[in-house]
Design a protein around this ligand. Structure first.
Ligand SMILES: [Zn+2]
Length: 397
């Protein structure tokens, strides 16, 4: 299988003017990408086997739509799409921000990426954390009006079905909950949740849902629509045996698929909701705009990352940034009417304006000792050299 490789051309790094150290790291960053939406179990297994050629250590991001491996290796694993350098890093940030999800900006993927990064080795982790932090920042400043529950809207409109009658939601994880709640909002008369155990959570108790164990949901009266939201471990459900009668539509949100296709049941899969016939010009335009905004955030954070290289300017800017970060919550408390995004932008702009000229001048000082002494004026404990550099991936949730 020959795949497509997006190589990082000189232009990206040069455009950014990243310092050598960061640039070298970015250039070695690579991504091997598989789309896995709605594959069958044996097909998924094959993808897993291929991806395992990366050995131990890389970042593995898995969701119902994708399996992605981020590493610093050169490899010929045969992934259908590979990205390198800045392209790979941008892709990771986009995925984490939900810009590649069927439902734009859905939140689950952020947690999935975070988990993957937490387990990653030191060579790839710092850069990946910058991508994750950029994704978080985009999410903080952006209002996403959709969540995974809106997959139900998408499926019903594809099938030209009204939201009425009995809805069966199989699986009580995050997606199952959102689908069930959305089903209520849309006007289904009854919403039944089938899972291994009855959910013991407020959303379930207060939601007016019925419960049925997955083991005997086949005994239910027929439902109008059934939605499968089971995780990758779940066995395939057989219509007529494991499932109750389904009058109109089965929506399969599982990867691998939740429902066995027996030819007589109308099934809509995730893959179908991504594929052709889903032209959404408005949403595409918004995705493109968000992607551009995210790239800017990422670029800024990479530049910040380069500040920790121990230069006098870097130390000064980090010291100032730490004060800013510390003051933000206090200012926010006094001025709840200003949004966190606006506050962040205002304070950042002010500091940049004040420190732009001193930074330029400091860079031009040819005497390292003098430069260091000047930079230390801003260091609160007088030892900016030993100060922990501000991570550009600060945990800001
Ligand atoms: Zn690979």
């Amino acid at each position: 299988m020959t795949g497509t490789v997006e190589r990082d051309l000189e232009t990206l790094g040069a455009e950014l003017r990243l310092p050598h150290k960061v640039r070298t790291r970015v250039e070695r960053f690579s991504a091997c990408l598989w789309e896995t939406a709605s594959l069958q179990r044996h097909e998924i297994r094959e993808v897993w086997e291929r991806s395992s050629s990366h050995g131990e250590g890389p970042i593995m991001v898995t969701s119902c739509q994708r399996l992605e491996v981020y590493s610093t290796d050169d490899c010929d694993c045969g992934a259908p799409l590979q990205k390198e350098g800045m392209h790979a890093l941008r892709h990771l940030a986009e995925v984490a921000a939900g810009l590649h999800s069927v439902v734009l900006g859905e939140a689950q993927i952020l947690g999935q990426v975070r988990t993957a990064i937490q387990e990653a080795p030191a060579e790839v982790r710092p850069l990946a954390e910058v991508a994750l932090a950029a994704a978080r920042e985009l999410r903080r400043e952006t209002e996403f009006h959709s969540h995974s529950g809106h997959l139900l809207d998408r499926a019903l409109s594809r099938a030209e079905l009204p939201a009425q009658g009995r809805l069966l939601v199989i699986g009580a994880g995050a997606v199952g909950r959102l689908i069930a709640q959305r089903g209520r909002e849309m006007g289904f008369d009854e919403v039944i949740i089938a899972s291994r155990r009855e959910p013991d959570a407020a959303w379930f108790h207060d939601g007016g849902f019925q419960f049925k164990s997955v083991w005997d949901m086949h005994t239910l009266e027929p439902v109008d629509v059934a939605v499968g939201c089971l995780g990758s471990e779940a066995d395939e459900l057989r219509p007529g045996e494991d499932l109750p009668g389904i009058r109109h539509l089965a929506v399969d949100l599982g990867t691998p698929r939740n429902f066995r296709d027996n030819g007589s049941l109308r099934i809509i899969t995730i893959a179908e909701m991504i594929g052709p016939g889903n032209d959404r010009p408005h949403s595409d335009a918004r995705r493109a705009a968000l992607r551009e905004r995210l790239h800017n955030i990422l670029d800024r954070r990479l530049t910040m990352m380069s500040h920790d290289s121990g230069s006098p300017v870097g130390n000064m800017r980090n010291a100032v940034e730490q004060v800013r970060q510390r003051e933000l919550p206090r200012i926010q408390e006094k001025h709840p009417d200003i949004t966190p995004e606006a506050l962040d932008a205002i304070t950042r702009a002010l500091i940049n304006r004040i420190f732009h000229t001193p930074s330029q001048k400091l860079k031009q000082i040819d005497d390292p000792e003098l430069a260091r002494s000047l930079a230390e004026l801003f260091s609160e404990d007088g030892s900016s050299r030993t100060r922990r550099p501000l991570s550009s991936a600060e945990n800001d949730e």
